[in-house]
Design a protein. Structure first.
Length: 100
């Protein structure tokens, strides 16, 4: 699944804390009020939280379902939850896309 398909299927909610938030104002930061909001969402409805992570090996950004700490860039909360026991790895950006 690519990022645009993910965006359409799961419908990330707007970040009302930051008018300049990336990804069409849907990414939440990893600190402060935004992180507190994401943590509350992860506790009440964990299947709506996603983590944007960086892969150092491939210079890529991936979106993983769930709340992660390692290599995190930001978070998304979606209107539509993912199915439990399902793992997603959505390629958001890759350095190899530029080289092609």
């Amino acid at each position: 699944m690519d990022f645009d398909s993910w965006f359409d299927q799961f419908q990330p909610i707007k970040n009302n804390f930051n008018d300049g938030a990336p990804y069409e104002q849907t990414m939440f930061e990893t600190y402060g009020n935004e992180l507190a909001f994401v943590i509350r969402a992860a506790k009440t409805n964990p299947q709506t939280v996603w983590t944007l992570v960086e892969s150092g090996e491939s210079d890529s950004l991936f979106l993983l379902n769930g709340f992660c700490y390692v290599n995190r860039i930001g978070y998304f909360i979606t209107a539509k939850p993912y199915a439990e026991q399902t793992d997603f790895e959505v390629l958001v950006w890759s350095d190899s896309e530029i080289e092609q």
